[in-house]
Ligand binder design. Structure first.
Ligand SMILES: N[C@@H](CCC(=O)N[C@@H](CS)C(=O)NCC(=O)O)C(=O)O
Length: 205
């Protein structure tokens, strides 16, 4: 009997969802994961049923079993098939998850900045915007130290890093992250050729 596909609720511009979609492609799981688009800001019922936090991505694994928060989705999907993109061996595992956390932290600051920028001007906080920009640049600097490892293996740390840097280009183009990250810049260029990256580019706008 054919196994029922899981459903990944995502928005085409969400970088967290892009990370999960890239992992699905890298692992060859596209037949097992059906993608369903949703705008989280409109609180669609299928998203609220899958994730009370009303955030994408969310994964409907089966009846009464949904998962949310992209690191958890990635860990679950990674457990389903080879190749493992989160190593099982201790030290390598924590290093990969640490890189994912750095990249996700860049996203948290960048997404918060985007939302802040959408508020009316009198409600925007220049202090918070500056704080998030500083956090982004410091963390890109930390990821730059990891570039020699990123070029070696396209694991979850690399997928998350590519999704985060590409999101900066997409939504925060005025942040010149390349100035102090030449190795990451060159690495991201090489990632552009991968199908998982090329087929998940967000639509303009
Ligand atoms: N920690 C979450 C963050 C997900 C997230 O913030 N997604 C955004 C879209 S990029 C969202 O759904 N926002 C709607 C909201 O915050 O209400 C993850 O890693 O999945």
């Amino acid at each position: 009997m054919m196994e029922r596909a899981m459903q990944l609720i995502y928005s085409p511009t969400s970088p967290y969802a892009r990370k999960v979609r890239m992992l699905v492609i890298e692992k060859g799981l596209t037949d097992r994961v059906e993608v369903v688009t949703a705008n989280p800001l409109q609180d669609p019922p299928e998203l609220l049923a899958a994730n009370p936090l009303a955030k994408v991505p969310a994964l409907i694994v089966g009846r009464d079993f949904t998962l949310f928060d992209s690191p958890l989705l990635c860990a679950y999907l990674d457990s389903l098939a080879e190749p493992r993109l989160i190593p099982e061996r201790d030290d390598a595992r924590w290093q990969v998850l640490r890189r994912e956390a750095l990249a996700d932290g860049i996203l948290d600051a960048a997404v918060s900045s985007v939302m802040e920028g959408r508020r009316i001007e009198s409600q925007r906080s220049p202090d918070w915007l500056a704080r998030w920009s500083n956090a982004i640049l410091r963390t890109v600097g930390e990821l730059e130290k990891e570039a020699p490892v990123l070029v070696q293996r396209f694991d979850l740390g690399a997928i998350a890093s590519a999704a985060a840097l590409a999101y900066l280009d997409f939504r925060r183009p005025h942040i010149d992250w390349r100035a102090n990250a030449p190795q990451l810049d060159a690495w991201l260029e090489s990632v552009r050729e991968r199908e998982s990256f090329a087929s998940t580019v967000p639509p303009a706008g």
